[in-house]
Design a protein around this ligand. Structure first.
Ligand code: CP
Ligand code: NVA
Length: 292
């Protein structure tokens, strides 16, 4: 298995299946184990986080290891020490470093100078840990995602990019419903179909998912985005167009009244709270496989 997890495509289908099985077995067993006794990870985040930060911290604690959240203002990095030097030093002490960065390049640079594992806890390009959890959640609810139709409503953002990678790895069809202004210039992504029609994307889907219209870092386009995406809200009556077994997922945080209706998270097809809890179990599965 690759030492780093910067994108979902760093792992093979087999690797992901192993992590999902590991996550499932850890979810079903006692909380505490010593599988990562003596291991240490550091977390360095340039952006806000609730789920990613806490799931990694709790995961290490439950597996007998230790995690520290290192505020950038407390690190010499915050005073101008080069990223490369920070990566060399932390990589020689920690077993892994989880990074949440503005730019994906920062992750690549850090990983190339660090001797230990670098894990992407979100960048402007991708959010592999989130989609790993989503694949785990889908598997737990409905089995294999292979050959299924998946509907994404919203822009081709970091989470959607990782879904596109998942579509290639697991051979499912990802239908991205998005105004043409936000469809990416790159064409020919395997198994990804862009459409302006949310009805078309959701029709007979097995998994429906979305994300905030304004990701962290996109705040300057807030008004423009809210205007363009106003017809891309998922609500229970729209979920009726998906297939009978369809589930709804959302990485969270969500804005009720924008990308989802007020009532969607509590709809019986919504597995969002399970998905959020699964961040912990999937992180445990990932850490055990990556750090051992
Ligand atoms: N979904 C997700 O990554 O949540 P946080 O931003 O709270 O970590
Ligand atoms: N696309 C969102 C995901 C948050 C977990 C963002 O980048 O802000």
């Amino acid at each position: 298995m690759n030492n780093n997890f910067l994108n979902l495509s760093d792992l093979s289908k087999k690797d992901i299946e192993i992590i999902i099985e590991r996550s499932l077995s850890l979810k079903g067993s006692t909380k505490k184990s010593d599988m990562l006794a003596g291991k240490y990870i550091a977390l360095i985040f340039e952006k806000s986080s609730t789920r990613t930060r806490v799931s990694f911290e709790v995961a290490m604690n439950q597996l007998g290891g230790k995690a520290s959240f290192l505020a950038i203002t407390d690190l010499q990095l915050g005073r101008g020490e080069p990223l490369e030097d920070t990566a060399k030093v932390l990589g020689s002490m920690a077993d892994g470093v989880v990074l949440r960065t503005q730019k994906h390049d920062t992750q690549e640079t850090f990983a190339s100078f660090s001797a230990s594992s670098t894990i992407n806890g979100l960048s402007d390009q991708s959010h592999p840990c989130q989609v790993l959890t989503d694949l785990f959640t889908y598997y737990e609810e409905n089995g294999s995602i292979e050959g299924k139709k998946v509907c994404w409503s919203g822009d081709f953002n970091n989470v959607c990019f990782s879904y596109a990678e998942a579509a290639k790895i697991f051979n499912f069809q990802l239908h991205v419903a998005c105004p043409k202004e936000f469809q990416p210039k790159i064409k020919g992504l395997p198994n990804v179909i862009f459409t302006e029609s949310l009805d078309e994307a959701i029709d007979d889907s097995s998994l429906v998912t979305t994300d905030v219209w304004v990701s962290m870092g996109d705040e300057k386009e807030k008004d423009y985005r809210e205007q363009l995406f106003k017809d891309y809200q998922i609500c229970p009556s729209l979920m009726d167009k998906a297939n009978d077994k369809a589930i709804f997922l959302h990485c969270l945080p969500a804005i009720r009244g924008q990308e989802i209706s007020e009532d969607l998270l509590e709809d019986k097809r919504s597995k969002v709270w399970t998905q959020a809890e699964n961040r912990l179990h999937a992180q445990k599965g990932l850490l055990v496989e990556l750090l051992n």
